[in-house]
Design a protein around this ligand. Sequence first.
Ligand SMILES: Cc1cc2nc3c(=O)[nH]c(=O)nc-3n(C[C@H](O)[C@H](O)[C@H](O)COP(=O)(O)O)c2cc1C
Length: 320
Amino acid sequence: MSGVTDCAFRRLVKSCSGNAVGLLVSEFVAAEGLTRDNRKTIEMLRYEESERPFSIQIFGADVDRMVRAALMVEEVGADIVDINCGCPAPKVVKRGGGAQLMRTPDRLREILRGIRAAVSIPMTVKVRSGWDGDCLNAMEIARLAEGEGAAMLAVHGRTRVQLYSGEADWSLVQKIRSELSIPVAGSGDVVDPADAIDRLERGSADAVMIGRAAMGNPWIFAQVKALADGLPIPVPTPQERVDALGRFKGYLEEALPERAFQGRFRGFACRMVKGLPGSAQARQRIGAAKNCTDVLGIFSEFILRDYELDEPQESRNAVA
Ligand SMILES: Cc1cc2nc3c(=O)[nH]c(=O)nc-3n(C[C@H](O)[C@H](O)[C@H](O)COP(=O)(O)O)c2cc1C
């Protein structure tokens, strides 16, 4: 997820959910920036060994640049290169990338064929259900991707025009799965462990991807695995939450100067308290904090004292 799943966040997820995480995926990375030697874009290829298996997603529309970007992904040692055909952002689709590739299948074919011929790591593809209600062509694109050697397809069951509104169409994911012989992963609206297990048990998909729900709950993958194994769902204690936020700060500090990650850090702290009783005021204080150390202090105070004093154990568990 762009702006979210940087190396620091992925390390945090792995540290909270351990081996229950099946696959981590980078933010989408611009083929244009990679092949123009843009320092910040190249920095996005950084990952830690602990993150494996690790996939790097690239986006763009220029065949030659996409192939060269995929080669760079292979060269840094990623396990998988994923091709973004789902991004709805105007600045991406205007230049032919993201979801626009679903409307230019010939271009997409060339890109996939070029990448398949150039790299030896698995190539996967992520699509939406289509561009809009009149152009629901995910099935056609899925077949194209399979035919061009994709090792897996991920489907987010919303159109480009829908952005994130409405509900993700999991019946479409299931239909595509039934017609393809490669694994199909579903994405969209999995908000808790029960949702994930439900999708898998119904046979909607071979794998379930979790996006937004992980943004405030990096333990969710361990929780899904526990539920799948028939074990009690592990709920992080207040101290574990504080420790996780502290670790996240440390991971960010290893990569960036504080001024560059303050926004991300504050955003994550706010998401961690969201939904907890009395959190509105804590979020306000986090928003007004001078720096990340103060954010951590306010968070600890809220989780370890205010929230703990206010709330009985059961309602804390219910939130996680
Ligand atoms: C902030 C944000 C950034 C995203 N960035 C990407 C991205 O870079 N590549 C991608 O394939 N999907 C991206 N997505 C889409 C998600 O991967 C996912 O398909 C979608 O949010 C639906 O799943 P969810 O309900 O589990 O979040 C992004 C979503 C959000 C909310």
